[in-house]
Design a protein around this ligand. Structure first.
Ligand SMILES: Cc1ncc(COP(=O)(O)O)c(C=O)c1O
Length: 381
């Protein structure tokens, strides 16, 4: 890319893609699983042997994501969970992992069972309390600190720079799950993170039609080499068609994320203090406990995710979600269509999420329709 290319240009042009042979402005899909050698036994391309290790289409999307996050290298995985678990599997028995008490639920559940099976000490900190994070990280020798910001589904915001200083001060490495912040609103590596993780299923793809994960590293260290080997050996690579779709989705990420942020802010402001609403949780509201950190750390918006708590407990909340007409009642987030979920009911009896809370993933529709939808659902009683 030309020097100082801005993010929007990088994305819209998919890294200034142009097929020199045909002039095509859109890449083709390369589905070959294997790559041949010539008469002398030399590979036509010395870096390409077999598609479980690397893929032409994945590499195109990886290059764009790597540049966006200002990383040294990026790898795409078959899902967010495949990416996150590959990084955690680089820990050895006896190591210590410190993770937030509020984080993506399935990853939390996997960490608890994996760490118990492999004798890795797992300790949790409260992501809304910096002193608690300090205390837990310093309590014993820590190898990896995991941060998710904003944290799903109650949107605590963690100061990444502070977390990086804390981790590095005790010889640990910092991983940031930046799925909700997207590579556009926060750049964790510039703030000191060692690794950035995304469920690319969400905003990076943006169309609810690809499951994918991404890891980006600040430097190509031993842990990175191990995570890459785990991808190749466990076969967690993203397929060519999904990689192609992901790159296609990324071309509009800046426009989608901007609109989702605008919609989320307008929606949050409209319903804060609304009759029957007890709390609106959104990092862009000045009432949010870590709003000042969000202002410092998130550029260009506060994300498309928010949660609302309702008066009247679980029964009334279940009635409200049942009456919504534009919001689709579905899990996941970050697509162009707005989604809503009653997280506590989905997560089950062990869920730490209040049962009067609905999680909203704001899409790119007209926000007036979305506001009217929740208004009619609240008023129809
Ligand atoms: C914040 C966060 N991290 C990780 C994941 C897991 O990603 P995937 O579903 O792509 O495996 C999700 C999925 O919902 C998520 O929301």
């Amino acid at each position: 890319m030309a020097g100082n290319t801005r993010t929007e240009t990088l994305l819209a042009q998919a890294g200034h893609y142009l097929d020199k042979e045909t002039g095509a402005v859109v890449p083709s899909i390369q589905p070959s699983t294997t790559f041949a050698r010539d008469e002398q036994g030399e590979l036509y391309d010395k870096d390409r042997i077999y598609a479980r290790d690397k893929s032409v289409n994945a590499e195109m999307a990886e290059a764009v994501l790597c540049e966006l996050e200002a990383g040294a290298s990026c790898k795409l995985f078959a899902s967010g969970m495949a990416a996150a678990t590959a990084l955690v599997q680089t820990l050895r028995p006896g190591n210590r992992l410190v993770a937030p008490s509020v984080m993506y639920w399935s990853l939390r559940a996997w960490l608890i069972s994996f760490c118990a099976d492999w004798n890795i000490e797992l300790a949790f900190y409260d992501p809304s309390d910096e002193a608690d994070m300090d205390r837990v990280v310093k309590a014993q020798a820590t190898d990896m600190l995991w941060v998710e910001t904003p944290a799903n589904p109650t949107w605590q915001v963690v100061d990444i720079k502070r977390a990086a200083d804390l981790a590095h001060g005790v010889g640990a490495q910092l991983v940031v799950d930046s799925t909700v912040a997207t590579p556009l609103l926060t750049r964790p590596i510039e703030l000191g993170a060692d690794y950035v993780f995304h469920s690319a299923t969400k905003y990076i793809n943006g169309h609810s039609d690809v499951v994918a994960g991404a890891l980006i590293t600040a430097k190509e260290d031993d842990r990175w080499a191990k995570a890459c080997a785990i991808r190749a050996q466990h076969g967690g690579i993203l397929g060519p068609f999904e990689s192609w779709l992901l790159l296609r989705g990324m071309r509009t990420m800046h426009v989608r994320v901007e609109r989702a942020c605008e919609n989320a802010l307008a929606f949050a402001q409209h319903f804060e203090g609304y009759p029957g609403v007890s709390e609106v949780i959104y990092p862009g509201l000045s009432s949010h406990p870590q709003h000042e950190i969000a202002v410092r750390q998130m550029q260009g918006g506060f994300g498309g995710m928010l949660s609302i708590r309702f008066d009247g407990g679980v029964e009334r909340t279940a009635q409200i979600i049942g009456r919504l007409k534009h919001f689709l009642r579905a899990t996941s987030l970050g697509g162009v269509e707005s989604l809503v979920e009653h997280r506590a009911l989905i997560e089950g009896p062990d869920s730490p999420v209040p049962d009067d809370l609905l999680r909203f993933s704001m899409g790119i529709e007209h926000v007036g329709d979305l506001i009217q939808d929740l208004e009619q659902a609240i008023k129809a009683e």
